[in-house]
Design a protein around this ligand. Structure first.
Ligand SMILES: [Zn+2]
Length: 125
């Protein structure tokens, strides 16, 4: 690598003078850059965790619904024991009768009485 090669600051993009292994103008730019990276990292962790939870929820619903069946019932206790997170859903489907089905992708549940849930799978369209 040539010592005269112009490198730019990773934080502000200004050309760097001085040592060839320098990455930032000064400590201010270095701190700025590191903080940006941290924020980026935690954001993607946050998104990744939600995606993982949604996929886990879907897997749990899938495991409860027997192959070939359209619906199944499960208690809240059972769902919680399997690690289901009721907070995480992808969308809500409201029927004409005003019932709300909560979906995790193609699997959903309808709250019934006494902490029971009807598990459903979205039909192929
Ligand atoms: Zn800079």
């Amino acid at each position: 690598m040539s010592a005269f090669e112009t490198k730019t600051c990773l934080a502000c993009g200004k050309p760097l003078k001085g040592r060839v292994d320098k990455k930032f103008c000064d400590d201010y730019c270095r701190n700025n850059y590191n903080n940006q990276q941290k924020t980026k990292g935690s954001h993607s962790n946050f998104v990744r965790n939600i995606n993982n939870t949604l996929l886990k929820n879907r897997k749990i619903l899938e495991s409860i619904l027997p192959e070939g069946e359209e619906t199944a019932k499960a208690s809240k206790d059972k769902l919680l024991r399997l690690g289901f997170h009721f907070k995480y859903i992808t969308h809500i489907y409201t029927t004409k009768a005003g019932k709300n089905y909560f979906y995790c992708y193609d699997y959903g549940y309808l709250p019934l009485e006494n902490d029971w849930f009807l598990i459903v799978k979205k039909k192929e369209e």
